[in-house]
Structure formats: C-alpha cells, structure tokens
Design a protein around this ligand. Structure first.
Ligand code: ADP
Ligand code: 5GP
Length: 214
C-alpha cells in the first residue's frame, strides 16, 4: 500500500431501488430496525406530502422554486425527475456521513444511484429489489390497498422501464419469500461493511495498540 489508510472507516452508502410494490419499504424498514446505526437519507422533493407523511421524516418537502435554488447552489449530490416531480439528495449530508463513518440507506431511483456512483465510486453499493413477476407485483400493489386502479396500471408500466436498469446495480435481491429476501439484503449490507478496504483503519488501530474507535 502506498499511502496510509484514513484514521477511521468511512460511512457506506447503501442504495436500494425497486419498482413500487416490490417490497423495498418492507425490507428496508426491517434492515434499519435491526441495524440502528444505518441512517436514512431524507431526500428533498417537490411532490406534496401524502397523508401521514411528516416534513423532515419521509422527505423534506420544498417548492419547485426552492429546489431550483438548491440546484443553482450545487447543493445536491444527485437529483432527478421521477414521475413528474423533482427529488434530490443533499451533498452535505452525504459527505458528512462518509467522513463521520455513518452508514446511510438511500431509497432513490436508478438515475440517482447512477449519479451517486459517479461521485462516490468507493463508497456506494447499489441494490435492486426484483419482484418475482409483473403479475405478482400487481397482486402486491392491489393487496397493499393504497392506490387506485389507474395508479396501479401506471406503476406497472413504469416498473417495466425501471426493471430495464437492473444491470446498473451491484446486487439483485429477488423478493419472493420475505425471510429469504431479507437474509439476502442483510448479507449484502454486512459483507460490504466488512470489506478489507473499508476496515483497514481498524486493523491499523489494532496494530498501533490504540483503543478501538468504533
Ligand atoms: P415498495 O416499498 O417497494 O413499494 P412495499 O414494501 O410497500 O413495497 O410492499 C408492497 C406490498 O407487498 C405490501 O403490502 C407488502 O406487505 C407486500 N410484500 C412485501 N414483500 C412481500 C413478499 N415477499 N411476499 C408477499 N408480499 C410482500
Ligand atoms: P415516492 O414519491 O413514491 O416516495 O417516490 C417515488 C420515487 O422517487 C421512488 O422510486 C424513489 O426511490 C425515488 N426517489 C425518492 N427520493 C429520491 C431522491 O432523492 N433522488 C432520486 N433520484 N430518486 C428519489
């Protein structure tokens, strides 16, 4: 190795994308409850809040004008138009998490995942959740009971588009049986946290005889 590793492990950026209804929320909620150290990246969006959503929790809800000002000030690590609304991730929050060694979970689409990969190639892991089939996706969307017929049909159409981008991801998790799918997502997270590249600072610490920083 030519240069010394940094003094502590960097935070991991875990991006999880899927067509709506594939089970991303179910899987990610479980991952976050098992690993509270995994923070959630709260995006900015111009879409209005849905019933039950709180500003600053699911999203930071802003006007299109505010969103444009943030673009002009270069405050986004990534941003994209999704289903007619703008969504973006704060650069500052991402940079702080990497430097402070805090892992962050991102519920963002393939456009956002692609941009984060360009900006933070050493820190991003991209996971795509696949539904077992489009028929099963439709069954789950109907079963969830949150969308009208028209919205469900649109989501299925969009799902085909989103699925085409699977090859831009590092890992695919087929969400057929929930326990098995959760085990797979958990395994991806844990294995990525434990790469030699990320944990080199820990080994250096042991070698130097210092107290654990983690
Ligand atoms: P997303 O966040 O991707 O839109 P959700 O997590 O809301 O998806 O899941 C959509 C619906 O499918 C929910 O009703 C959820 O309970 C159900 N679901 C999730 N995973 C599975 C699974 N493996 N098998 C059957 N139903 C599932
Ligand atoms: P929803 O409005 O249903 O919460 O999210 C719609 C879509 O926007 C989802 O596919 C979600 O992953 C994506 N999304 C949410 N936040 C961001 C973001 O900050 N950037 C990008 N690129 N996509 C996002």
């Amino acid at each position: 190795m030519s240069s010394r590793p940094p003094s502590k492990p960097r935070g991991l950026l875990l991006v999880v994308s899927s067509p709506s209804g594939a089970g991303k929320t179910t899987l990610c909620t479980r991952l976050r409850s098992e690993f509270p150290r995994l923070g959630f990246s709260v995006s900015y969006t111009t879409r209005p809040p849905r019933p039950g959503e709180t500003d600053g929790v699911e999203y930071n809800f802003v006007t299109p004008a505010v969103f444009q000002e943030m673009i002009a000030r270069d405050e986004f690590a990534e941003y994209a138009m999704v289903h007619g609304n703008m969504y973006g991730t704060s650069s500052q929050r991402v940079a702080d998490a990497i430097e402070d060694g805090h892992d962050l979970l991102f519920d963002i689409d393939y456009q956002g995942g692609h941009q984060l990969r360009q900006k933070f190639p050493d820190d991003v892991v991209l996971v795509f959740i696949l539904p077992p089939s489009l028929k099963e996706l439709e069954r789950r969307l109907r079963g969830r009971g949150t969308d009208s017929n028209e919205v469900i049909e649109r989501r299925i159409r969009v799902a085909r588009e989103e699925l085409r981008h699977y090859d831009e991801y590092d890992y695919l998790v087929m969400n057929d049986e929930i326990e098995r799918s959760y085990d797979a997502l958990r395994a991806v997270y844990l294995s990525q946290v434990h790469t030699r590249q990320r944990l080199a600072p820990m080994a250096e610490q042991v070698l130097s005889g210092q107290e654990q920083l983690l």
